[in-house]
Design a protein around this ligand. Structure first.
Ligand code: GRF
Length: 203
């Protein structure tokens, strides 16, 4: 499976995917890493792994549709069949979501359907959650929705700060994301409409 990863920054989840894909037995190949922000660390990570990179700066486009069209063209020129969003901080258009329907997943730092959107760790702390975690899901038009592929939970400790909790969740993300991509690439994940028919992945 030829995979493109979309990023906007640090790219630690990208790194986890690159590391997994560097094993010849991994069933997916990362053929392109594209960022909407120039010069980010994630692009350096891709270069180090000898993976092709592209920068498609949203500021160079008049609107979301033309930006998303450029992203799709860039991905398809590289032969991408499947898209992983990994800290890609742009809302995507309906057209983009439809184009990549059931061919695009995202990682979100919360146990969806709890805490869609931003500031998930602080919100989990504020709500007094004792468990928190991360979710890999297929992308649908409503933000942070779509069939859940896998989830990993971590405890919330009484002395946690936003950053200590975020770090614990991030470690779980780095296990969860490659595992979900692996099972998808092996054809072991099936969806019907908006439901996952195969078992949800708990790594
Ligand atoms: C991660 O927490 C991910 O869940 C969220 O954005 C963050 C990206 O981090 N969508 P990184 O760029 O992968 O290090």
């Amino acid at each position: 499976l030829k995979v493109g990863v979309l990023i906007s920054g640090r790219g630690s989840n990208l790194q986890a995917l690159l590391d997994a894909a560097s094993d010849p037995s991994f069933p997916a190949e990362i053929v392109l890493v594209a960022s909407n922000v120039p010069g980010v660390t994630g692009l350096e990570r891709a270069e180090k792994a000898s993976v092709a990179t592209a920068t498609v700066n949203h500021r160079d486009y008049e609107n979301r549709v033309s930006f998303d069209t450029a992203i799709t063209q860039t991905l398809e020129k590289a032969g991408v069949e499947f898209v992983c969003l990994a800290g890609f901080m742009r809302l995507v258009t309906k057209e983009f979501v439809e184009h990549w329907h059931n061919r695009m997943i995202n990682i979100h730092p919360a146990l969806l359907p709890l805490f869609p959107g931003l500031d998930t760790h602080q919100r989990a702390l504020d709500e007094g959650c004792k468990l928190h975690g991360c979710t890999v899901h297929y992308v649908r038009h409503e933000m942070d929705s779509g069939p859940i592929v896998g989830q990993a939970a971590v405890p919330v400790l009484s002395d946690d700060t936003e950053s200590s909790l975020a770090a614990r969740v991030l470690t779980a993300e780095h296990k969860l994301y490659p595992e979900c991509l692996r099972l998808i690439a092996e054809g072991k994940v099936t969806i019907e409409g908006n439901e996952l028919i195969s078992p949800v992945i708990f790594p």
